[in-house]
Design a binder for this molecule. Structure first.
Ligand code: C2O
Ligand code: CU
Length: 552
């Protein structure tokens, strides 16, 4: 595009941003980053007999200023990030979701399998029809997994504006239980000063480049330099989240990247981190100063309050090869680790790794992430070769752009006897129980893509940053002995990976890039898994009825 026209467009976009900000003369009433939402209950007080946790969730839009810049936020119960769900393995969760928006919505728990209840997955057009405006739908399921998860709206573009929260499942058999005293949740996210709806419109109709975040948040808060905004824009500079450490205690931090767009490098100045959990699976302790997390990924780390009584920066750093490239000072998203007994001054500590300038990469999962429990890797029955590509506002899986059909989800259709789907549904059907599938996904695009699979964890056998030319190179090395199992993995720019999973969970599950703009652009496929077993499961009538609204 002609650079003059481009700069005009950019100006026009900033003007729109300014208008949306300037019109926000309303009062900020959202509850932002409330510390209690991120402190988990004491280990000793947890009951081990299965409990039912009932949540009444009101999805609603309200003014708030996570980084001091006032805007409308899409919230659950007027809280941002959304309320933490904290349960123990074996518990039941009842989520009554009242949709107070003017459009349909859904709630998806990222990483749950929903074995035997696939209608609870919360993916619009895939596992359910949207919850109509001004009505309630109830998700009701038991959870037999453990670890660190999160939930978010799974309707295009909605979670950009704030509908995400932590979902924590305690494990009475946690092998590391004696190695930490307290637990905190750390939700990392990128943040925009313009609403997702406007950004999406601009992306598709004006500038065809994914919008860059304006800021990043830790547990919903950060500072922002108001002078970067148009004069008179409502902005109070914001504040940082605070984590209080008692000297001598050991903390388990459950870190979640709930971004729309950005991967992060997480670290705490002067403190070493022991990684113990990868997306619900324990690993042998892996000691690091900096943990990279792409969108949808989660890690637990143990950190000891063993430094001088003082204040320290907790940081999630943007990848400078991708964001804020033109800025001379680095942009960190900061929170404060405050030792009890220290003064209330801002930390003056130094970043562990000022040399992070290289391309962002997943934690070296093939070598250093070693599952704590040994699991025999089954051999593969079928290898699927899939490509993905991305061009401006078009995302492709195997050359096909996914177009959601809101008039009835794929799962509903399976119940209605449909077994053949239109090409733009990107459906792949698996009918053999126990079949072991390898997906070799290769990237025709020069950007990385964080892929997430619903309904499963997969073993990561190999991940490469080289072009895939159609045959597996003879020098490619795979990890076939107790490889790491997870649900979110990065496909490197122009690279490829091989993942393995077992066909054992009847349902319809998506496999998609978790960059929200890419998912909206079509970088999504749907796996119809064991359709005959699906129809033997009895979905609730309320779930079927959801489609009555969509059909009208
Ligand atoms: Cu985090 Cu399709 O989900
Ligand atoms: Cu992508």
């Amino acid at each position: 595009m002609n650079t003059y026209i481009f700069s005009l467009l950019l100006r026009c976009i900033s003007f729109i941003t300014w208008i949306t900000l300037f019109s926000n003369s309303c009062v900020d009433t959202a509850s932002i980053g409330n510390e209690d939402n991120f402190r988990l209950s004491k280990l000793s007080s947890r009951s081990q007999t299965p409990k039912t946790h009932e949540y009444n969730f009101n999805v609603t839009i309200i003014y708030g200023a996570p980084d001091g810049v006032s805007r409308q936020i899409w919230t659950i119960n007027e809280q941002f990030p959304a309320p933490t769900i904290e349960i123990t393995k074996g518990d039941r969760v009842i989520m009554n979701v009242y949709n107070n928006l003017n459009e349909t919505t859904t709630v998806h728990v990222h990483g749950l399998f929903h074995q035997g209840d696939p209608w609870n997955d919360g993916s619009v057009a895939t596992s359910q029809c949207g919850i109509p405006p001004k009505s309630t739908f109830t998700y009701n399921f038991t959870v037999n997994q453990v670890g660190t998860y999160y939930y978010h709206a799974h309707f295009p573009g909605q979670y950009i504006d704030g509908i995400y929260g932590a979902f924590i499942i305690h494990d009475p058999e946690d092998p590391y239980l004696d190695e930490y005293d307290e637990e905190y949740i750390v939700v990392l996210s990128d943040w925009f000063h313009t609403e997702g709806k406007i950004l999406t419109k601009m992306y598709f109709e004006l500038h065809f480049v994914e919008p860059n975040p304006n800021n990043g948040l830790i547990n919903g808060k950060n500072k922002y330099d108001c002078t970067q905004l148009y004069p008179d824009t409502p902005c109070n500079g914001g504040e940082c989240s605070k984590f209080t450490f008692v000297p001598g205690k050991r903390y388990r931090l459950r870190i979640i990247n709930a971004s729309t767009m950005a991967p992060f490098f997480f670290s705490i100045d002067n403190h070493i981190l022991d990684v113990i959990e990868v997306e619900g699976g324990y690993i042998e302790k892996y000691t690091l100063t900096t943990v990279p997390l792409n969108i949808g990924q989660r890690y637990s780390v143990i950190v000891k309050a063993d430094q001088e009584i003082s204040n320290y920066w907790m940081r999630s750093a943007f990848d400078y090869t991708a964001y804020f490239r033109n800025q001379t000072t680095k942009v960190y998203n900061n929170a404060i680790v405050h030792y009890e007994g220290a003064d209330e001054k801002e930390p003056t500590t130094q970043f562990w790794n000022d040399s992070i300038t290289s391309e962002w990469k997943d934690l070296d999962q093939l070598v250093n992430l070693k599952p704590y429990y040994y699991e025999e890797l089954p051999s593969s029955d079928l290898t699927m070769l899939l490509s993905t590509d991305f061009n401006m506002t078009e995302g492709y899986m195997n050359g096909s752009m996914y177009v959601p059909d809101y008039n009835g989800s794929t799962l509903n259709k399976v119940y209605q006897g449909v077994r053949e789907f239109d090409a733009d549904q990107n459906v792949y059907t698996f009918t053999q129980p126990g079949q072991v599938i390898d997906i070799l996904l290769y990237n025709l695009n020069n950007k990385e893509h964080p892929f997430h699979m619903h309904g499963h964890k997969f073993w990561v056998l190999g991940s490469f940053n080289t072009n895939f030319t159609g045959v597996i190179p003879s020098n490619a090395t795979f990890n076939l002995v107790n490889p790491i199992k997870r649900d979110s993995v990065t496909l490197e720019a122009c690279g490829w990976f091989v993942i393995r999973f077992v066909i054992d969970n009847p349902g319809v599950w998506t496999f998609h890039c978790h960059i929200e703009w890419h998912a909206i652009s079509g970088m999504v496929m749907q796996m119809v898994e064991l359709p005959d077993s699906i129809t033997k499961l009895d979905p609730p009538q309320d779930w079927i009825n959801l489609c009555d609204y969509s059909m009208n």
